[in-house]
Ligand binder design. Structure first.
Ligand SMILES: N[C@@H](CCOP(=O)(O)O)C(=O)O
Length: 470
């Protein structure tokens, strides 16, 4: 298994180099040269496995022997041993035709833990094996930050810097990131939006001299390892639903911001999992909904919403999908990404739009609809949705067809978004870990959202790594 760039200007590399490269050096995203195809018999076999066993099987296709089997198994056990549910990502039935895939049983109560517990351990493994210096740079709209920090804190030889948009994440999200008192962790609250942070880190990664000097590594879903670990739970959910229902295919409704989570579902489908519709649920920041409905990918006005983790205009993983939409043509992908840079939009032709609509359905959820859905499901089922999951459920209601069965991805625990839940007049019980955050001091720096300022901060934080250069 080798990896190539969506823009075609990176020599083929293996799995560990892919993890270390993060953003491809030509500015594109790394993808597997060929996607493994699983037969029906293989799927049958996989359906009998525990989450950890399944993760091992799926991940092995992509690691392709670069990590010895027993060590990969150990990495996976370590990563999911921190989850509060023995099933890791349990499936809960809410309606006859709708299940919720609970992805929030990890240490920071968000779906990001599923991949970032694994990636944190993987980075630590690579650091130990190869002596590579791991200085992580990431951007968050709320959930990735805490999850990434939790995934690597206390691990020898790893430092991390996370950018979050100042005042635009929920209080719990902010506390989860900023109450970690560890000299290897730097939290920068930027005066701007998540898109500013994501643009800045991508520009810094593209400055290869700076990236190499400070050994910068990616933790966001630009890193293919993130997508890979997230693919596992689509398989797991499918197998759990298939155990109790006779299904030929299964829809998934996915709260979507950076397009990484839903792209993992797209990858599972390409591997042969019988996925029906992949439903993109957005909030008022609906660039993806507009693209799927109209074929034009163009950022709109930024909105602060009840689901802050999805307050994203430019979705990182969109380029990975574009590459497949364009028949795996790196020259066509580069041309469209160049056009996006110069004109600020991408328009696909009618035939391509038909393909997009065969791959995805979409629904943009407005604030009121998000809160009403939380209220309605709480009243009807006593199940409390967080505002992101609520967007997913509202999108299932809008897009799931008759006789179709859907799994909605529950991306976070409602306790992370008390501001929104309180608006629904619902009182919730907070997990002890979250309650405890409110008594802790915070460590963060509020900084201007400029490349110069962020580089200055990184030089300070990662300075000692210069001595470690191999
Ligand atoms: N929604 C994310 C934004 C970053 O996305 P990622 O999947 O690329 O890490 C967040 O909560 O931070």
């Amino acid at each position: 298994m080798k990896y190539i760039s969506t823009r075609g200007n990176v020599n083929k590399i293996g799995f560990i180099d892919t993890v270390l490269m993060g953003l491809a050096t030509d500015g594109g995203l790394l993808v597997p040269e060929q996607i493994p195809q699983l037969s029906e018999e293989k799927l049958q076999e996989l359906s009998k496995l525990s989450y950890q066993e399944l993760a091992f099987e799926i991940i092995s296709y992509y690691v392709d022997g670069e990590i010895p089997e027993n060590e990969l198994k150990e990495l996976i056990q370590q990563s999911y041993g921190t989850f509060r549910s023995s099933e890791v990502t349990p499936v809960v039935k809410l309606k006859d035709d709708m299940y919720v895939l609970e992805l929030f049983h990890g240490p920071t109560f968000a779906f990001k833990d599923v991949a970032l517990q694994f990636l944190g351990n993987l980075y630590s493994y690579i650091a130990k094996k190869t002596g590579e210096t791991i200085n992580i740079l990431g951007a968050t709209s709320g959930d990735t930050g805490a999850s990434a920090i939790e995934g690597v804190r206390g691990k020898e030889g790893i430092r991390i810097c996370i950018l979050h948009p100042h005042g635009r994440v929920s209080k719990v999200q902010e506390l989860q990131m900023t109450t970690v008192h560890d000299e290897s962790v730097l939290n920068l609250a930027i005066e701007g939006t998540f898109d500013d942070g994501q643009r800045i880190i991508k520009e810094i990664f593209a400055d290869l001299e700076f990236k190499n000097k400070y050994h910068l590594r990616a933790i966001n879903s630009i890193n293919f390892a993130r997508i890979l670990a997230q693919t596992v739970y689509y398989f797991y959910a499918y197998f759990q639903v298939a155990k109790e229902k006779d299904i030929n295919s299964l829809n998934f409704s996915v709260p979507t911001g950076n397009f990484g989570d839903i792209f993992a579902g797209y990858l599972a489908k390409k591997m042969g999992l019988p996925v029906g519709k992949l439903i993109v649920a957005t909030n008022e920041n609906n660039i993806l909904e507009r693209f799927i409905k109209e074929g034009v990918y163009q950022p709109g006005e930024f909105h602060s919403t009840y689901s802050p983790s999805m307050d994203i205009q430019v979705a990182s993983n969109f380029e990975r999908y574009l590459y497949y939409l364009l028949g795996e043509s790196s020259s066509a992908t580069s041309a469209l990404m160049d056009q996006f840079k110069s004109e600020g939009k991408i328009t696909v032709n009618e035939e391509q739009l038909r393909q997009v609509q065969a791959d995805f359905a979409a629904h943009g959820v407005q604030g009121e609809e998000c809160l009403n859905t939380i209220g309605k499901y709480y009243e009807d089922t006593k199940y409390l949705l967080d505002p992101h999951t609520s967007c997913g459920v509202a999108a299932y209601e809008a897009c799931n067809g008759q006789d179709e069965v859907c799994v909605t991805l529950s991306t976070a625990h409602p306790a992370k978004f008390n501001e929104s839940i309180e608006k629904c007049d619902i009182e919730q019980n907070y997990p002890e870990e979250i309650k405890a955050l409110f008594d802790k001091p915070q460590y963060l720096e509020v900084v201007e959202a400029s490349n110069e300022e962020i580089c200055r901060q990184l030089e300070k934080h990662f300075r000692s790594s210069l001595a470690d250069v191999k």
